[in-house]
Every structure is written in C-alpha cells, then in structure tokens.
Design a protein around this ligand. Structure first.
Ligand code: SF4
Length: 142
C-alpha cells in the first residue's frame, strides 16, 4: 500500500461536525479520491473512473451521508479484495478496466489497489453502513 489512508474521510468528518450548523455538502472527490486513492494527484478526480461516479451518485442521492461515514471514522480501510457486487456493474464497465487499473488487470501486481471509489464502497460494505443491494444500485449504469 502506498499513501492511501482514511485521513481524507476523517478530515471531512471533522469539518462537517465542526460546521454542523451550516449545511456542508460532502465532496465525493475529497471522500473517495483524497481519502482512499493512491493515484490521486490533487485534481478533481478522473472523469472516466466509475468508482468516483458511484460515490458521486451515492452522495447526490443521500445513500452516502454523514450517517454512513460515521461508521468509518478513525477506521483504516481494510485490504482491498475483489468483490463481486463492486466488480460486476462498476469495474466491468469502467474506462480504466482495459488499461490503467492494475487492480483489475489479468495479472495484478501484489501491491495493486483499486481506485478510491472502490475502496470507499468496500469500506462502507465492510462496516455495514451500506448493503450490497444499495451498492449494486449505486454502481449500475453510472
Ligand atoms: S477499481 Fe479500477 S476498474 Fe474498478 S472502478 Fe476503480 S478504476 Fe475502475
């Protein structure tokens, strides 16, 4: 693993809690890319990344909100693994599948990790913050 930690999630949480009197919108790029993606370079995230698109949908529909993120506070992401309910809809149609995603390549390097969106959704699944059914809905046709 390189540099991705749950730090981005924690920062976002603190910001929201401190400013709860104001309505602070959650930022999908901050949550998924800054929080979990080792490939993130401080931009607005990769437009072709379906992991980010799924998180954007989750935030926009309220499926990923403060309640769900509370499950992740101060919890480091688990080791990435291939998960059917993420791969079937999301990765199988991602523009990075053919080239650019080591994690989903036919022969992944031992330290390959998926995008931040994938890792965030996996973390939410592992924590019981989202059900597989909700994740499937978020990843369909994004
Ligand atoms: S893990 Fe790879 S193929 Fe799957 S959504 Fe992320 S970038 Fe795309």
């Amino acid at each position: 693993m390189k540099s991705n930690t749950a730090k981005g999630i924690t920062l976002e949480m603190v910001k929201c809690v401190l400013e709860k009197e104001k309505s602070v919108p959650l930022d999908p790029v901050s949550l998924a890319c800054r929080g979990y993606c080792e490939y993130y370079r401080g931009d607005q995230g990769a437009e072709g990344c379906r992991g980010l698109a799924a998180v954007r949908r989750g935030v926009a529909t309220g499926k990923i909100g403060m309640t769900q993120l509370t499950f992740l506070l101060d919890t480091a992401p688990d080791i990435a693994r291939r998960s059917g309910c993420l791969i079937n809809e999301m990765c199988s149609k991602c523009s990075y599948l053919e080239s650019g995603c080591d994690f989903m390549s036919a022969s992944p390097p031992p330290d390959a990790t998926p995008c931040g969106g994938y890792r965030l959704l996996q973390a939410l699944l592992d924590a019981g913050a989202l059900t597989p059914e909700v994740v499937r809905a978020l990843t369909q046709d994004v």
